[in-house]
Design a protein around this ligand. Structure first.
Ligand code: AMP
Length: 429
């Protein structure tokens, strides 16, 4: 099906040709007509499905068609997104798709000097892509208002809640016009997300594509069992032995990311780490070096990697298995984009076997194991030592503490606390 069948205008189709998009992805097929018809939208889709174009194209079209020539630009569309990286990428998408429409977007996010951002606002923009904190800051300082918003997009709503943005979202909602078209995107639909969507949307049409587990089908996944202390050596070995020219490597902690990057550098493998402790400039520089292949390995934590959009990323390597199975799917979804094949290697030590079981349950498949490698697991101590039979009231009190998996740190991983169940639209295949 061509984009013209969805009613996309020439100005946008020309840009899509230049981007090399020949046909819409499933979320685009479903969402674009609904949005062009003026409906609110509740969409369940994750990064990698083409969801950005699914909202950017119809919004650009509606703005373009109703724009009064000669009129001063006002902010008519707000896209709220959780991270700086996502904000930048969404801004780049609006620029690319809207290059023949004359519409102007700008991106605002925290952690950098606000002056260049306010200068752009003064010049006038049609579309604003923002993270919540900086948006509220600039509103508070009187640099912008949202009175003219006609289109409001809430992107990655589940991540927003995970990252504690609920109050900021409410504050933004309070200053948006009541009469507007709202588009709500979330990779998952737990009850709190449904509740939030009900507060934002009016008679929404619902669109659900590819339940999170089925996007992993085109990705070649493999597990390597290895002791914790040998993980870095195994990584260096894998990169060399498999001639991996470019890989995104995930660690659970910021400290871990730095350690891996240093280890690889010592082994003459160019590597940089990105995580929340790095400045925005350092993160963008590292991402740029990785995209241009000056750096072979980008080591990232989950939050920092959120929304990283690198075309043709072939390899994802999980140095640590995440304790939230959906995070695994988000991680490996960085590869295998837009129909490309991808490969994901995951290292698993004894303590992480329980995480592996949860992941395999979610994706409803066994991940094949690479048995042959130079650092096979020697510590099989999976189960914590059982406390000796003890008297009532003193159960295991003086026993050595069982080895625990690393504590979960939602601020760093951007994932939910263990034990909180997520509900998915659609069935898990
Ligand atoms: P997203 O889910 O918005 O992060 O998009 C994932 C990737 O798919 C991005 O690299 C887009 O450039 C790409 N993409 C989006 N729509 C299409 C399309 N219709 N055809 C080919 N690639 C696309």
């Amino acid at each position: 099906m061509p984009f013209s069948a969805l009613g996309i205008i020439d100005h946008l189709r020309k840009a899509l040709d230049q981007e090399g998009y020949t046909s819409p992805t499933p979320i685009q097929k479903e969402a674009i007509p609904v949005i062009l018809d003026g409906n609110d939208l509740l969409a369940c889709a994750q990064t990698g499905t083409g969801k950005t174009a699914a909202f950017a194209l119809p919004v650009l079209q509606l703005l373009h068609q109703s724009r009064m020539h000669g009129e001063k630009r006002k902010i008519r569309c707000l896209v709220l997104t959780p991270t700086r990286e996502l904000a930048i990428q969404i801004g780049e998408s609006f620029t690319a798709y809207g290059r023949h429409t004359g519409l102007i977007n700008t991106v605002i996010f925290g952690g950098v000097n606000q002056n260049p951002q306010t200068a752009r606002l003064v010049q006038g923009v049609d579309i604003l892509v923002a993270t919540p904190g900086r948006l509220l800051d600039l509103i508070g300082q009187g640099h912008l208002h949202l009175r003219d918003i006609e289109y409001f997009v809430l992107d990655e709503a589940d991540r927003m809640l995970d990252m504690g943005f609920i109050h900021d979202i409410r504050r933004v909602l309070a200053v948006l016009p009541k009469k507007r078209q709202s588009l709500f995107f979330s990779a998952t639909m737990p009850p709190e997300i449904i509740k939030l969507s009900a507060a934002i949307l009016h008679n929404p049409k619902e669109v659900m594509v590819t339940p999170v587990s089925s996007t992993v089908e085109i990705i070649n996944q493999q597990i390597l069992f290895v002791d914790r202390e040998n993980k870095n050596s195994l990584l260096a070995h894998l990169l060399k032995e498999r001639n991996i020219a470019s890989a995104l490597v995930f660690t659970r902690t910021k400290h871990g990311a730095d350690k891996v990057a240093r280890f690889l550098a010592h082994h003459n493998i160019t590597a940089e780490a990105i995580h929340g402790n790095k400045s925005q400039n350092a993160r963008q520089r590292a991402l740029g070096n990785f995209k241009t292949r000056q750096t072979r390995v980008l080591v990232a934590t989950d939050i920092a990697a959120r929304g990283i959009d690198i075309d043709e990323l072939e390899y994802v390597i999980n140095i640590d298995l995440p304790n939230i199975p959906e995070t695994y799917v988000h991680r490996i979804g960085r590869t295998g984009r837009a129909g490309n094949r991808g490969a994901a290697y995951s290292f698993c030590n004894a303590e992480e076997k329980a995480y592996l079981r949860d992941i395999e349950k979610l994706i409803a498949r066994k991940i094949p194991v690479i048995e042959e490698h130079p650092f096979p697991m020697t510590n099989f101590d999976v189960e914590p030592p059982k406390p000796a039979a003890s008297k009532k009231g003193n159960a295991g009190h003086n026993e050595p503490k069982p080895k625990q998996p690393q504590p979960h740190n939602p601020a760093e991983t951007g994932t939910k606390r263990p034990g909180r169940k997520r509900r998915f639209f659609g069935k898990r295949s």
